[in-house]
Design a protein around this ligand. Structure first.
Ligand SMILES: NC(=O)c1ccc[n+]([C@@H]2O[C@H](COP(=O)([O-])OP(=O)(O)OC[C@H]3O[C@@H](n4cnc5c(N)ncnc54)[C@H](OP(=O)(O)O)[C@@H]3O)[C@@H](O)[C@H]2O)c1
Length: 414
């Protein structure tokens, strides 16, 4: 029997308690729960509850701490103290692990204790343990995903039910898919953190967060939706992780998706991860990306995995990060003053449109320029949507003669 301490008793913490209460045969005994605010009304439990987090971390009877709080800085403190106290840690906190990955890996080595974070990526989808175990030696040629349930729900309502953005977001909040402050979800940040963790687990590469371009769906307007519809496409917020001969690169951008793409019909709060591998071919894994019970299911899987000899990273040699000036991605950018600034952004333009009301361009943009232009694009309320095409620069820095990678990912824009 393993004794665990649970820190956090919100949506996920309560989900874990429910799971353990309904599965009493499992070899876990909850020694105590730590929370932040004593006055809150909670579901009845016989497990002792404390506001002194440290008493759980220092309790010699506890083997494993499960941290499920909503504060990344406090969670990092808890992670550090837990490992240094000689205990193992299971966490659902994607932001904390993404912000402090290198420190946590070092701590893990120093303390000789493990930290597992399956619940932080893709909710109930067992992607990290698949990458760590089953696909450990598979040379993965690309990873794509739908990793944020809230934005997928909003986009589904917009495309399938013709709702406008504010109403779709309100409905996501009413149904409990979006937090009262949904900024992290719709800005792409939540998927950004998860993408970094996925890249690490799949390729052993600790990509700097600021090298991963991310753009959300906040600026989406009916014009963008109409443009996608006119091409029989939908829009999905889709992270991409791409190994190239020169290194690993990732971006998190809404993409145009056509009917032949398996992501086309991944709807509502569901997440999906697509793995392309040299030997495995292609695989899609779909499941609930969030919610109390699906997330609890991932925490339980990690508790179970702690008893096995798991490691992080890939069985293949780690890749270096790719210089973001070495790759260009094709994007649609809709915004108010684009044509004036276009030379500073686009390498070439394949399509453009301008009238009094609508103004957009489609073309290849170097990833480092997109990263540099992000504040301006957001300030000007521009929408950025990728077509799925990307290409490497040649050594002279000129991308016009380079091949388009991954033809299977191409979306035709006429
Ligand atoms: N919700 C999901 O579907 C989901 C899915 C995957 C991952 N996650 C991740 O799981 C974590 C928890 O999410 P959640 O939705 O369960 O959050 P939540 O409902 O807001 O609950 C947060 C809990 O953390 C406690 N807490 C906050 N700061 C604390 C501190 N310094 N010390 C002790 N307890 C503290 C709060 O205590 P009080 O109750 O006293 O306020 C509360 O019980 C987050 O990192 C989130 O990103 C969530």
């Amino acid at each position: 029997m393993k004794r665990i301490g649970i820190i956090g008793l919100g949506c996920v913490g309560q989900g874990l308690i429910d799971y353990l209460e309904q599965q009493p045969q499992l070899p876990y005994y909850v020694q105590g729960i730590a929370i932040k605010q004593g006055h809150k009304k909670r579901k009845h439990t016989t497990i002792p509850i404390t506001m002194a987090v440290r008493t759980l971390i220092d309790d010699p009877a506890i083997d494993i701490i499960v941290e499920v709080i909503d504060d990344a800085e406090a969670a990092y403190g808890i992670a550090k103290a837990t490992l240094l106290a000689g205990k193992e840690l299971v966490t659902a906190n994607k932001k904390m692990v993404a912000l402090y990955l290198s420190e946590l890996l070092e701590l893990q080595d120093t303390a000789g204790k493990r930290i597992l974070f399956e619940a932080a990526v893709g909710g109930s989808i067992p992607i990290l343990s698949l990458l760590d175990g089953y696909y450990r030696d598979e040379p993965l040629t690309r990873i794509r995903g739908i990793l944020n349930g809230t934005s997928n729900y909003v986009l589904t309502k917009i495309f399938n039910d013709k709702m406008d953005y504010p109403r779709a977001l309100r409905q996501a909040q009413q149904k409990g898919y979006a937090e009262s402050d949904p900024t992290n979800d719709v800005s792409g940040k939540d998927a950004w953190y998860k993408t970094k963790l996925l890249a690490y687990q799949a390729y052993g590469t600790d990509l700097a967060l600021d090298s991963i371009f991310h753009y959300g769906i906040q600026q989406l307007t009916p014009d963008d939706v109409q443009y996608a519809r006119s091409k029989n496409q939908r829009i999905k917020l889709t992270p991409l992780i791409v190994p190239t001969p020169s290194g690993l690169v990732a971006w998190v951008v809404p993409h145009f998706i056509d009917g032949s793409d398996p992501f086309f019909s991944i709807d509502n709060e569901y997440n999906c991860i697509q793995l392309d591998g040299q030997f495995l071919g292609q695989q899609h894994i779909t499941g609930k990306g969030a919610g109390a019970w699906p997330t609890a299911s991932a925490l339980i899987a990690d508790l179970q995995r702690l008893s096995q000899a798991a490691q992080h990273g890939s069985g293949n040699a780690p890749l270096d990060p790719l210089d973001t000036s070495a790759i260009s991605i094709e994007v649609y950018i809709r915004g108010p003053q684009l044509l004036q600034n276009s030379a500073a952004v686009f390498e070439d333009v394949s399509e453009g449109y301008m009238d009094d009301h609508l103004h957009y361009l489609i073309g290849f943009v170097r990833l480092d320029r997109l990263i540099a232009q992000k504040p301006t694009l957001e300030k000007q309320a521009c929408m950025v949507i990728a077509t799925g095409r990307y290409r490497l620069q040649n050594k002279a820095g000129d991308s016009t003669s380079t091949a388009v990678l991954k033809k299977s990912a191409m979306v035709a824009i006429v």
